[in-house]
Design a protein around this ligand. Structure first.
Ligand code: ATP
Length: 199
């Protein structure tokens, strides 16, 4: 599995549709200060489901939409599409190429798509979680984040590793199953009480 391309349209400083193509191996993004290198990483985080505006270096989520410049009016929506080569079947979906799209309108509405089909954020998170590129995006280490990881508490550091290793998904599923079991147990107790009353 490798990231094939990333298309940004109306996302932060990328007003016009811009596609970056990646080959297997190492990719370097170079450019002067303020030219949008970190915005590319923000776009990756965003399309993979990040929900916190702060993770994207903004005050509110709407800040990802191109805000305009002296020569160009602001836009009404931001859109990012990430195309992943899945020829090794690393993602649990029957496609050799998987495209994930996230779109946000200035009024606040957000849309998600997998291969052009409308889906929920949860579907994207589920799809990616086994690949180790989960919701918290700890596989993307931004400026200043390295020291934050090194200075984190052991439990927090363990969560980073678990997410990257794909364990977090199973932990979350276990928690969900335990909650269901508890609710079921409560229902069962109530049912036993009712049966006893009816006798
Ligand atoms: P450095 O090397 O200094 O870290 P960089 O290449 O990583 O810089 P970015 O931080 O990616 O640069 O880009 C910053 C630029 O993006 C700024 O010029 C900022 O005005 C612009 N920018 C950020 N959000 C928006 C937005 N919503 N609309 C328009 N421009 C934006």
């Amino acid at each position: 599995m490798h990231l094939k391309s990333l298309t940004l349209k109306g996302f932060k400083s990328f007003a016009s549709a811009t596609t970056l193509r990646f080959e297997p191996g190492i990719t370097c993004v170079v450019g002067p200060n303020g030219s949008g290198k970190s915005n590319v990483l923000d776009a990756l985080r965003w399309v993979m489901g990040t929900q916190g505006a702060k993770d994207l270096r903004g005050g509110k989520m709407e800040d990802v939409i191109f805000a305009g410049t002296s020569g160009r009016a602001p836009l009404g929506r931001a859109e990012v599409t990430l195309t992943i080569d899945n020829s090794d079947g690393a993602l649990p979906i029957d496609y050799v190429e998987v495209s994930i799209t996230r779109r946000m309108f200035r009024e606040g509405a957000t849309e998600y798509e997998i291969n052009g089909n409308s889906c929920r954020l949860m579907d994207i998170q589920e799809l990616l979680s086994d690949s180790g590129i989960g919701r918290e995006m700890h596989v993307i280490v931004g400026q200043g984040q390295l020291s934050a990881i090194l200075e984190s508490k052991p439990e927090e550091r363990r969560a980073f590793v678990e997410e990257a290793a794909g364990v977090l998904k199973h932990r979350k599923r276990k928690e969900k199953a335990l909650r269901k079991l508890e609710a079921m147990q409560a229902n069962l107790t109530r049912l036993t009480d009712l049966t006893a009353e009816l006798r």
